[in-house]
Design a protein around this ligand. Structure first.
Ligand code: C5P
Length: 410
């Protein structure tokens, strides 16, 4: 019953997955939430408002012009809800939401949202990958909406593809983890490195890696949501910055090193999720290198940012977290790294999972324990890492309190 006391509006678009919204409403209520339903006119062709009235005990709002609502029901619902979840979110509905339209009950309620907004897209895979859809999703995300799915599986016409709505239980789980964590990191300042680094060879070429930055940005977004003050030191990525977070953009490992070293003492927590290049070209040519028969590159070592923070930190950061991508001896290699870089926690990934994708499988290694986690979304892993960070922060403030008491003269 961990959604006890939470108020959730479920908004339906007109798609075949609308029948699953019935199960979603039930699941949210089973978890203790109070639920109200709003529907587009199209949605009412797929599932009847009476079904939701029966489940929730309140009429489903389908029409802003209905006399019972006195014209302000969207304002009242937007104000009332801790969260609004649009499921199914159709291509059309999200296009209208991203352009700020408010011409039906669902969109007008969304426009008045005071709480968190979630979209659970459901459509054919070709519609989902359409550039217009993807750019609308970017817009909605940039405004702070959380997009849940879609997942890959059988679509309405029997084809297999990415476009299937997430299962109601998974949607409810994601909303619950989002809502219940609110504010448990408030008061802490967190610095996160994210993305790859690009090591320039000449004005047009560089050495890089396939990191998308999604893991670091997921941590930033969750930390921000949980009340932390967040700064991202970001390599070159194509990701929206979580609203409210500060971003410092860099290209190379040396730039990232400088950005982190000049800031880390102001942060309670430093999390190094960037895939920093270990080497850079010894020289960066000032002009484009001409084609020859062959080309020999001399590479030199980059500074290890995590190890440098580990070696130089005094009072801050209280918690230092590193990532490790390993192909073998996962736990032992992570433990070596923990010691060598003086970190408090290493998030160890198997090299086969993670890089560039939406999910990750990791083992959390600290001084005393190693906890293997199942494969999960990067968002869910971000919460697991932050749960650990919160525990480490609490331990460290307890330790410094005891030390102060010990040092204090009687
Ligand atoms: O030693 P390895 O590269 O496996 O360590 C990975 C961890 O160290 C990651 O947290 C990464 O962000 C950090 N790192 C760094 N600077 C480097 C190399 C790695 O901060 N030059």
């Amino acid at each position: 019953m961990s959604l006890q006391g939470k108020r959730i509006v479920v908004g339906l678009g007109g798609g075949i997955a609308a029948f699953k919204a019935v199960e979603l409403v039930r699941e949210l209520m089973r978890r203790g939430a109070e639920v109200r339903v709003v529907m587009t006119e199209a949605a009412t062709h797929f599932v009847g408002p009476i079904t939701f009235a029966g489940l929730t005990g309140k009429p489903a709002v389908t029409d802003l012009w209905a006399e019972d609502y006195a014209g302000e029901v969207h304002v009242e619902l937007g104000d009332w809800a801790d969260a609004i979840v649009i499921a199914p979110a159709t291509m059309n509905l999200m296009a209208r939401a991203s352009s700020g339209q408010a011409n039906d009950a669902v969109l007008a309620t969304l426009a008045c949202a005071r709480g968190d907004v979630f979209f659970a897209p459901a459509m054919h895979a070709r519609m989902w990958s359409h550039p217009a859809m993807q750019s609308n999703i970017q817009t909605l995300r940039a405004r702070g909406a959380v997009v849940l799915g879609p997942v890959t599986g059988p679509l309405a016409n029997g084809e297999i593809g990415e476009g299937r709505m997430m299962e109601p239980e998974d949607i409810a789980e994601a909303i619950e983890s989002h809502l219940v964590h609110s504010d448990d990191l408030s008061g802490s300042r967190i610095l996160i490195t994210a993305g790859p680094t690009h090591e320039d060879l000449d004005p047009v070429r560089y050495l890089g890696n396939r990191s998308s930055g999604r893991m670091g940005y997921a941590i930033a977004s969750r930390a921000q949501h949980r009340g932390a003050e967040v700064t991202i030191v970001s390599g070159p990525v194509h990701l929206p910055v979580p609203s409210g977070a500060e971003v410092v953009r860099v290209r190379s490992a040396e730039e990232m090193h400088a950005a982190v070293m000049s800031r880390f003492e102001h942060f309670d927590v430093v999390i190094m999720a960037a895939a920093v290049a270990d080497y850079r070209p010894e020289r960066r040519a000032t002009r484009k290198i001409k084609k020859g028969k062959s080309l020999k590159l001399e590479l030199v070592r980059n500074p290890d940012i995590l190890a440098d923070v580990g070696a130089k930190r005094a009072r801050r950061p209280s918690v230092l977290v590193g990532f490790a991508l390993e192909t073998e001896n996962l736990e032992q290699s992570a433990r070596d790294k923990l010691e060598r870089k003086a970190a408090d926690l290493i998030v160890a990934n198997e090299a086969s999972a993670g890089l560039g994708g939406d999910t990750n499988r990791a083992t959390l290694v600290d001084a005393a324990t190693a906890t293997p986690l199942p494969e999960m979304t990067k968002r869910a892993l971000a919460d697991q890492v932050l749960d650990r960070v919160r525990t480490l922060l609490n331990n460290s403030s307890q330790r410094s309190r005891l030390e102060t008491e010990h040092e204090a003269p009687n």
